[in-house]
Design a protein around this ligand. Structure first.
Ligand SMILES: Cc1cc2nc3c(=O)[nH]c(=O)nc-3n(C[C@H](O)[C@H](O)[C@H](O)COP(=O)(O)OP(=O)(O)OC[C@H]3O[C@@H](n4cnc5c(N)ncnc54)[C@H](O)[C@@H]3O)c2cc1C
Length: 267
């Protein structure tokens, strides 16, 4: 068998080569480019000092380093050390370090409990049993044609770029599991198919956290929250996001009719 080429004259030549190898692969290239040089440039641009206060916003100072970490192009230690070099005291960047630690933590959980990757770690705390959730992802979610404008925008970004901001991942996971009552496993499989950083541990345990099978409450959100954090990036008009346009009290009663009040995480 011939060795695979590693040198190309241009990115176009590389893309053409990959397309010839995998003619069945649908879609176009992501804007995210691989390689150590790109990773180093992104690492040099991190802003851990402003990360904590801005990270929940769609235009906040997140690093977009996850594809490089997932593929081993950068290590967590390297990223942590770069962040420490940018501050005078580690406390200034504790939120950033904490998020890096989540990645390491989920890896350890998976190593200790490989079976938890696809099993419910605990029952849902939603007032519903696992059997009440659909097994398959509905087509309108898979294609980003739900009719809920902000949700469709996040899905299109996932499909076309292979990256999604953490908060948008939480919204989508919550929409799939709680607003549409679909098993988290169907959503997790779908994310892994599209994400360039698709990682069994971080992905599946995060889905279980949102679903409440690995946390003490389901995570839900409403349109006001999306507007606060992503209003500058996606259409958050009430007329185009009807199912999300309600107070938390109304949504809790609608989504979890069997639960007592105040049984959801929301942020
Ligand atoms: C439903 C859902 C699915 C997810 N799937 C994945 C996945 O497949 N692969 C993956 O790497 N992360 C996943 N995450 C975690 C997180 O969303 C991404 O790591 C983060 O958004 C990547 O973007 P970033 O590099 O800009 O992160 P930044 O905010 O810049 O954080 C820096 C690094 O810290 C780590 N990190 C940050 N937040 C988390 C977190 N909540 N959990 C674990 N590690 C974190 C990542 O390695 C990230 O690259 C998922 C989260 C949710 C809610």
């Amino acid at each position: 068998m011939d060795p695979l080429p590693t040198q190309f004259d241009s990115r176009d030549a590389l893309v053409a080569h990959v397309k010839a190898l995998a003619p069945w692969a649908a879609g176009e290239r992501s804007y995210i480019q691989g390689g150590r040089a790109k990773a180093e440039r992104k690492l040099a641009a991190i802003d851990p000092l402003h990360y904590g206060r801005t990270r929940n916003f769609g235009n906040g100072k997140v690093t977009r380093l996850s594809p490089y970490l997932h593929h081993g192009i950068l290590s967590l230690n390297e990223v942590r050390n770069e962040a420490l070099a940018r501050c005078s005291h580690p406390q200034q960047i504790h939120k950033f370090i904490q998020e890096l630690a989540w990645r390491a933590f989920w890896q350890q959980v998976l190593r200790a409990h490989p079976g938890w990757a696809w099993e419910d770690v605990e029952p849902y705390k939603t007032g519903f049993a696992a059997e009440d959730y659909a097994d398959a992802l509905p087509d309108d979610i898979a294609q980003g044609t739900t009719g809920v404008a902000c949700i469709d925008a996040f899905i299109q970004e996932l499909i076309h770029t292979g990256y999604l901001h953490n908060h948008a991942r939480m919204y989508l996971a919550s929409y799939v599991v709680h607003f549409r009552r679909v098993k988290w496993q169907a959503g997790a499989r779908w994310f892994l198919h599209h994400l360039l950083d698709g990682d069994l541990a971080s992905n599946n345990f995060s889905w279980q956290w949102v679903a409440s099978t690995f946390s003490h409450k389901p995570y839900i959100f409403n349109l006001e929250n999306v507007d606060t954090y992503f209003g500058m990036l996606v259409d958050t008009s009430p007329a185009k996001n009807v199912p999300l346009d309600a107070s938390y009290e109304t949504l809790k009663a609608r989504l979890f009719p069997h639960l007592p009040e105040a049984s959801c995480a929301a942020r």
